[in-house]
Design a protein around this ligand. Structure first.
Ligand code: CTP
Length: 439
């Protein structure tokens, strides 16, 4: 097998598609190069154009590879003035393409090869110049030619000075690109490399990653609404003290992310956490169990799936002190009253959504989880041991439903979230088949 070709891991599905639809001639490639050792692997072209933000594309490349997405980097001449192809070759594990006439490609058609093997093309950062080129169909280098020759989705993540972004010509190009079906990601607002503040910052790599993952997978939850609670609650004793717990919110946030990637409209009602809002989701920040209940009730209409992941306080101080309590020698008694069980309340509402509860236990997991499922009258409970789960990035869970207990292999909360979601969808929507979500 030739080791010279940069495109050593062709995506079988895409390649097969292209052969059917474009008259692609496989004889240009040695036969072995069509053998994909990872037939499920998704592959994208990551285009990088000239801009200071090009350095963020390095981190994005790493994140994509961690998610099993193969990345073929194509850089423009201007991009090479900001970052080097060597960095991206090392990170992506394959040579970077920069030249329309690349001699390493057997058929000398790098633009066709790259675009046919890609499930999508993401250009990040996309300069004003590149947006202008694509909006008019100009193809005068490898990246613009690859984009022009594509038959896969194109995502552009613009990055430029705020005046350039608002320039009427750029805005005109933007509208044209949107009308042509190009997805524009961002830009974000904030401090710019030039020192000015405004719109035109490249989205952060984590957000770009999630946009790519969403675009790469089918959208079985398109048109459906998913409501979640996550994190701890904080029950005030006085203006500065309160009762809370050590839930990090990571599992609930991972589920919100998975639901958004699967195409859902996602509303996340979150207690106090240190986590950034997951991209694409509406986050409603609350503090107490009562606030969480009120936010859930307000967001409930139209909800198809309700995940109660929050570690909600079961009791709250009956009468929180108006002013800070002063210490004294006598014992201090705080009277606690029970809070409303939000999950049980939603499950008992008229026309309830499909409800999924969590049972975090320190012992007798199966027994307690099943008891909770029956007591709250919900179809699915995700059980885990608190010793294993709290604050950690990974977890080990067992799903309890009418058919029994289904243990999932230990995995990151991100991957567990996708499996839990697939299980819930299969129960909630009988027409759904689990192969419609990410592995
Ligand atoms: N839950 C809720 N509202 C509450 C308490 C719990 O919505 N006031 C939800 C949690 O989000 C979780 C499930 O109920 O999905 C189980 O929560 P957990 O605290 O494990 O159980 P409890 O029902 O509170 O019982 P216990 O604390 O006795 O284990």
């Amino acid at each position: 097998m030739s080791t010279l070709s940069p495109l050593t891991r062709p995506h079988v599905a895409s390649a097969a598609r292209s052969r059917q639809t474009t008259g692609y001639n496989p004889s240009y490639w040695p036969a072995e190069q069509h053998m994909n050792p990872h037939p499920q692997q998704r592959q994208i072209v990551l285009g990088i154009t000239g801009g200071v933000a090009a350095y963020k594309a390095a981190h994005l490349t790493r994140l994509l590879l961690k998610e099993q997405v193969a990345v073929q980097v194509i850089m423009t001449q201007a991009a090479c003035g900001f970052v080097t192809p060597a960095t991206f070759q090392a990170l992506s594990g394959r040579p970077v393409l920069t030249d329309l006439w690349d001699e390493r490609i057997p058929n000398r058609m790098a633009h066709i090869e790259a675009s046919r093997q890609a499930d999508l093309i993401l250009v990040a950062p996309a300069s004003a110049n590149f947006m202008a080129k694509v909006s008019t169909g100009l193809a005068d280098d490898l990246l613009s030619t690859t984009v022009a020759a594509r038959h896969c989705p194109l995502l552009l993540a613009p990055a430029m000075n705020r005046e350039m972004w608002h320039n009427p010509a750029n805005q005109r190009n933007l509208r044209q690109l949107q009308a042509d079906g190009v997805r524009i990601l961002g830009p974000a607002s904030g401090e710019q490399a030039c020192g000015e503040v405004g719109e035109g910052r490249l989205l952060e790599p984590e957000e770009l990653l999630h946009q790519v993952l969403r675009q790469l997978q089918p959208q079985p939850l398109a048109g459906r609404k998913v409501l979640l609670t996550a994190g701890p609650t904080f029950e005030a004793i006085d203006p500065v003290r309160g009762i809370t717990n050590s839930s990090s919110g990571k599992m609930g946030y991972a589920l919100a992310q998975a639901a958004w990637e699967a195409g859902a409209e996602v509303v996340l009602v979150s207690g106090p956490t240190a986590l950034p809002a997951p991209p694409g989701c509406t986050r409603i920040a609350v503090r107490s169990a009562a606030q969480m209940l009120a936010a859930v009730q307000e967001a409930l209409p139209g909800t198809h799936l309700f995940f109660a992941v929050a570690a909600v306080a079961d009791y709250t101080p009956a009468t929180p002190a108006e002013h800070k309590l002063k210490k004294g020698k006598a014992q201090l008694q705080i009277t606690l009253t029970p809070t409303v069980d939000i999950l049980a309340h939603v499950a008992a509402s008229p026309n309830p959504p499909f409800c999924i509860g969590f049972a975090a236990e320190s012992q007798h997991l199966a027994e307690y989880a099943e008891l909770k499922r029956r007591r709250k009258n919900i179809p699915l409970v995700v059980g885990n041991l608190v010793q294993r789960a709290l604050g950690s990035d990974d977890n080990e869970v067992i799903l309890f439903d009418d058919h029994g207990a289904h243990p999932l292999a230990p995995a990151s909360k991100t991957h567990l979230a996708r499996q839990i979601l697939a299980h819930a969808m299969a129960l909630a929507f009988p027409a759904f088949t689990p192969d419609k979500v990410l592995p």
